[in-house]
Design a protein around this ligand. Structure first.
Ligand SMILES: Cc1cc2nc3c(=O)[nH]c(=O)nc-3n(C[C@H](O)[C@H](O)[C@H](O)COP(=O)(O)O)c2cc1C
Length: 211
């Protein structure tokens, strides 16, 4: 069964959020078009994604030197266990939809914590004599991103780091099929906000049929 992991990195408020509103339309249209697929929503603001901190380093260190998982401290167990569960869920998926707002030229920090959780050697990539090789070949990614300004062309195109980073890191995992829906320019032209959102919704409905 095909699994689509729908990952949102924006505090939940579909009324106020362009990215979540367009993402929701995509998800509902996708479910209608692919009733046999499994769609899992991972809300990163609810997921309690651990940072890689000293508990994680000490837990990993103990496991590497042969300590049983049960012998770790409670915090080491909680954090290392959660990171392990997140990467297992990630590699089991066939398709990924990331929904993010553009914040300070990138995505919200909880998504970086999640990327740190799933960038695991032997799971999403491996090292070879020729360098690192991605292990998620054949998967596909859609990024739905809302932006106050315009970044798909023009003077700001070079300084957008969220979409470009997500594309680079998923390519590092071996994903070649990367698509984007960008709801952009809302802050530049608030009078056009409804039209910009409607265009994003149209793209989401169309792409949901073929994604
Ligand atoms: C903390 C914060 C930082 C932002 N930084 C940028 C930015 O760097 N560039 C930009 O064009 N818009 C920026 N914006 C505007 C958002 O990208 C815009 O409001 C977008 O609609 C957010 O997505 P959402 O509607 O899903 O919340 C920022 C908004 C917030 C709240």
């Amino acid at each position: 069964m095909t699994k689509l992991l729908y990952i949102t990195a924006r505090p939940h408020d579909e009324q106020a959020s362009y990215s979540l509103a367009v993402g929701k339309v995509f998800k509902e249209a996708y479910i209608k078009a692919h009733p046999e697929d499994e769609v899992i929503h991972l809300d990163l603001y609810e997921a309690d994604v651990p940072y890689i901190d000293n508990d994680v380093f000490s837990g990993w260190g103990k496991l590497a030197s042969g300590t049983e998982f049960d012998q770790l401290t409670a915090e080491e167990k909680r954090k290392v266990g959660k990171l392990g569960a997140l990467v297992e869920q990630f590699v089991e998926a066939d398709k990924y939809v990331f929904v993010t707002p553009l914040w300070n030229l990138s995505f919200p920090p909880v998504l970086k914590a999640y990327i740190d959780a799933v960038s695991v050697v032997g799971k999403t990539f491996k090292y070879t004599e020729q360098g690192p090789v991605g292990l998620l070949g054949g998967r596909k990614v859609l990024h739905i991103q809302a932006r106050g300004g315009i970044y798909s062309y023009g003077p700001s195109a070079e300084i957008e780091m969220g979409d470009r980073y997500l594309k680079a890191i998923t390519k590092f995992y071996g994903v070649e099929d990367y698509q984007g829906i960008y709801i952009e320019g809302i802050a530049l032209a608030p009078e056009k906000a409804d039209a910009i959102k409607a265009e994003g919704i149209k793209q989401a409905q169309e792409l949901a049929q073929t994604f």
